[in-house]
Design a protein around this ligand. Structure first.
Ligand code: NAI
Ligand code: MG
Length: 486
């Protein structure tokens, strides 16, 4: 049974309101493409209202700003409790709106709860330094919230991205305007209702669904927004960085795409490597920035590996994401399905060999069979561009030195991984590969306690971990005259 859709309006100043224009847009379920709800479509006028609510909530005498830091932590823990209470519902709604497998959605909700609790703990540990500065002075630093933050979310893991950005900004003491992705806006609205229930004061969190060029762009151009945190395409990320300097000077955090190399050495645990590599690229139908989308296999085990990888992909059970026995669901929408099928065609044309999958499944919804390409070379389009779909590209290599150079020969630098039983190989790879995360004998292990972000075009700044709040803080130096001699 379809989950109830309780919220379809904009959430501004703790109230549910229609868009000023009265416009709405459709959201559909990727399982069969049917429209499930009409959502209020925010645009510039609504962003202006949301930003002014967030600005008022950030005033030095506001209820929010007068709260103790520990009280911010307690509110975030309350939010985490409510996420925990509603785990099943949130996961069902996410799966329905986004097409992600219900099991994957449950893990995402659990992760969102963890993020809220981790950041709740950080709220009253944001502290400055006392500094032995030269001269007859006493100097110390204050770490203060940067102000109103615009948080622009992608459609691929909506609950997770909402939790990562919103709870960090709130731990820091900022106020926020969230712009969910137009393809999957429902869970951001459900989470807004939980923040309201937890007791966050009006204006602290505002959620304005809408499109990139309308609501998104209005947020990035707004003079009262101090910071933008964005997850999405490199193209829009670069645009946001440019826009951020046009009106005022916005702080920017960007988490963009990847073309992530996973290297399997001859001495790897073969069964584990095959399974992990497949899960690494097919998870969420390949729609994750962490996808293991360039799979380098050493020549000594290449043939054996390929055979096992093809068998694995052939046996992945495709089906309705709400069915817990399904192992592979639909792509988010027709546009993404068409884009992925286009890449599969280009792969064939450029001479890679398609060993299995790559066709649409059924005549409704946006399902694609997991595809495995072999004989892929570095110059092929499918080895260079982020496909964001269930396409495993297998490349052959001979030596560690060679594969490290090939792994680095890309504009991306999000994550990378290696399977080997040799510690020196693992350490050399970890030292020399340019990526924000290196996984050794694992992939997709994504914990709240460790920093996450990209080198090169994969991003700017880090989310998660102890330092994540720094992206939402300014450092202020206070220097007081103080004679040395009493
Ligand atoms: P996108 O970057 O266009 O969209 C992401 C978010 O940015 C959405 O909320 C969208 O409304 C907003 N946006 C779009 N244009 C904007 C603008 N001019 N100003 C402000 N906000 C704007 O990504 P899209 O089109 O959904 O996907 C394209 C490709 O991006 C995918 O095929 C994939 O390769 C990559 N991608 C990467 C993600 C990641 O996790 N790093 C997530 C989503 C997409
Ligand atoms: Mg786009």
């Amino acid at each position: 049974m379809a989950p109830a859709i309780k919220y379809t309006k904009l959430f501004i100043n703790n109230e549910w309101v229609d868009a000023r224009s009265g416009k709405t847009f459709e959201t559909c379920t990727p399982h069969d493409g049917t429209v499930t709800a009409r959502i209020a479509e925010g645009d510039k006028a609504d962003i202006d209202l949301a930003v002014s609510a967030a600005k008022a909530a950030f005033h030095r005498n506001s209820e929010w700003r007068l709260l103790d830091a520990s009280a911010r932590g307690r509110l975030l823990n309350k939010f985490a409790d409510l996420i925990q209470r509603d785990t099943q519902y949130l996961a069902e709604l996410e799966s329905y709106d986004n097409g992600m497998l219900i099991g994957f959605a449950m893990r995402n909700v659990a992760m969102a709860e963890n993020l809220a609790r981790y950041n709740a703990g950080l709220a009253d540990k944001i502290q400055g330094d006392t500094i032995p500065a030269d001269g007859e002075v006493f100097s110390y630093t204050l770490k203060q919230p940067v102000g109103v933050c615009g948080l622009i979310l992608p459609w691929n893991v909506p609950i997770l991205m909402f939790a990562a950005k919103v709870t960090t900004a709130l731990a820091a003491g900022c106020t926020v305007v969230v712009k969910p992705a137009e393809q999957s806006p429902l869970t951001a609205l459900a989470l807004a209702a939980l923040l309201n229930e937890a007791g966050f004061p009006p204006g602290v969190v505002n959620v304005v669904p809408g499109f990139g060029p309308g609501a998104g762009s209005s947020l990035t151009h707004h003079p009262d927004v101090a910071k933008i945190s964005f997850t999405g395409s490199v193209e829009v990320g670069k645009l946001i960085q440019r826009t951020a300097g046009e009106v005022n000077l916005k702080r920017v955090s960007l988490e963009l795409g990847g073309k992530n190399p996973l290297v399997i050495m001859n001495d790897a645990d073969l069964e584990l490597a095959v399974r992990t590599a497949a899960n690494g690229v097919f998870a969420n139908q390949g729609q994750i920035c962490l996808a293991a989308s360039r799979l380098y296999v050493q020549s000594g085990i290449y043939d054996q590996f390929v055979q096992k990888a093809v068998d694995f992909a052939k046996n992945i059970k495709i089906g309705n994401p709400s069915d817990p026995t399904s192992r592979h669901g639909p792509q988010i929408d027709l546009e993404m399905m068409t884009k992925v099928l286009g890449y599969i065609e280009i792969g064939k044309q450029e001479g890679a060999k398609l060993m299995t999958g790559g066709d649409c499944v059924g005549d409704k919804g946006f399902y694609i069979q997991p595809a495995v390409f072999i004989n892929v070379t570095d110059d092929m389009t499918i080895a260079k561009e982020e496909i964001f779909g269930p396409v495993q590209c297998i490349l052959k290599f001979d030596t560690l030195e060679d594969v490290i150079d090939r792994a680095n020969n890309t504009n991306y630098g999000l994550v990378a991984g290696i399977f080997t039983s040799n510690i020196n190989t693992a350490l050399q790879f970890s030292k020399h590969v340019q990526a924000g995360t290196i996984w050794v004998n694992n992939w997709l292990v994504y914990n709240v306690q460790v920093p996450f972000g990209g080198f090169k075009d994969s991003g700017l700044g880090r989310e998660k971990g102890m330092d994540c709040v720094n992206a939402y803080l300014e450092v202020k130096t206070v220097t007081v005259a103080q004679p040395k001699k009493l």
